[in-house]
Design a protein around this ligand. Sequence first.
Ligand code: SDX
Length: 428
Amino acid sequence: MSNSAEIKINGNTYELPVIKGTEDEVAIDIGKFRSESGVITIDPGFKNTGSTKSAITFLDGEKGILRYRGYTIEELAEKSSFLEVAYLLIYGELPSEDVLTKFKEDISRHTLVHEDIKKILDGFPSAAHPMGVLSSLVTSLTAFYPESLDPNRSADEVDLSIIRLLAKLPTFATWAFKNEIGHPVIYPKNNLDYTSNFLQMMFGLPAEEYEVDPVVAKALDQLLILHADHEQNCSTATVRVVGSSHASLFASISAGVCALWGPLHGGANQAVIEMLEQIQADGGNTAKWMAKAKDKNDPFRLMGFGHRVYKNFDPRAKIIKKAADDVLKKLGVNDPILDIAKGLEEEALKDPYFVERKLYPNVDFYSGIIYRALGIPTEMFTVMFALGRLPGWIAQWKEMRENGEPIGRPRQVYVGNNERSYVPMDKR
Ligand code: SDX
């Protein structure tokens, strides 16, 4: 492989260094190109542009490979636990038993939130989307822990903010849900594991012992693992750019929550279920909706299909599809929209429009079906995605800080008016 590339422009030839990653990915470093040539590159949506060198997650879209710190998603989903994966992503190695025990204990001791959070919650109407409440509550942590505003504090202080965020997000998520349904909030129970505590805060009632179904807790733990990181996706890139201005961890994560909310990104899991329910209400006529998805004049897209990077199957979708069958069977749930989803997938995998564009089911296509079976309401699906993605966002923010990366500030090509003089009102 050559270690440099040439760009010929305006009669000059510029030699640019080439870098190669540990999985043989190759990039042209254009860091000095503008200062030498006065020319920039442009790539709307950054479809072909790398923003950083990262050691956290590797994915190969053509081969359907996804690894966290070198471990395959298949192995981690089968053998690990969400908090062990969170530790791996954030600190780079699988923890020893003692380290993992302490990590879990630290988290369990920080699940409680300040009582004044309820005053913030009370300010939200019950119609508030839980993602908007979640991003606001995450930002509110800067008020309760003002020392966290300075990201340049000691590693121990940054670690404390990391523990606080991992511990309190499930409390925020479930309190946002209780606010939406007008129920009293349920306090965390530190004797329960992460997902069991989430479930009892989500579905528990005051003065009632909530019985956690181990099948549900395990399925939820696996779903959180599958969502934990995904290299430079839209919301992670947002966290890194916001953090690059030296905004606090809490402010950066809150920005990531908002980026994830969009239906083209994490909001797709909610949009998939709404789409499947729409198709079901329309008599299950999948052919009609496939035609709409292919019609350029129709804004309808097959939600849960397609991916910026995976041009083959999304390995997470394969695992979730199997888990959906298992969980629904174990819970004795027969959900007709699972059959509609499978029918759509079958048709799309044979349809030239989807095959030519390499559109396959992504992580969001089947996840909502499991969340539904677990009793989680549709508007909470993207909150579940945020819960899973939190350790990835934290790991990526921490790596960007430790790399001392510069503030993110893209260039542009101006296509507006050339210089012109001010026109007085009576001349307009
Ligand atoms: C996530 O990046 C990540 O890693 C994200 C994520 C993560 O873990 O963080 O994996 C999570 O966000 C998964 C994606 C969830 N979103 C959806 O399911 C929404 C539906 N999918 C699309 O909107 C779309 O596929 C994207 C947004 C996912 C990807 O869009 P791209 O890469 O910008 O591709 P594109 O829009 O340029 O599409 C290429 C072609 C176009 O057709 P042509 O103009 O070439 O004729 O494919 C078509 C698109 O119209 N197309 C679709 C389609 N997705 C793409 N047509 C119908 N239905 C779809 N779902």
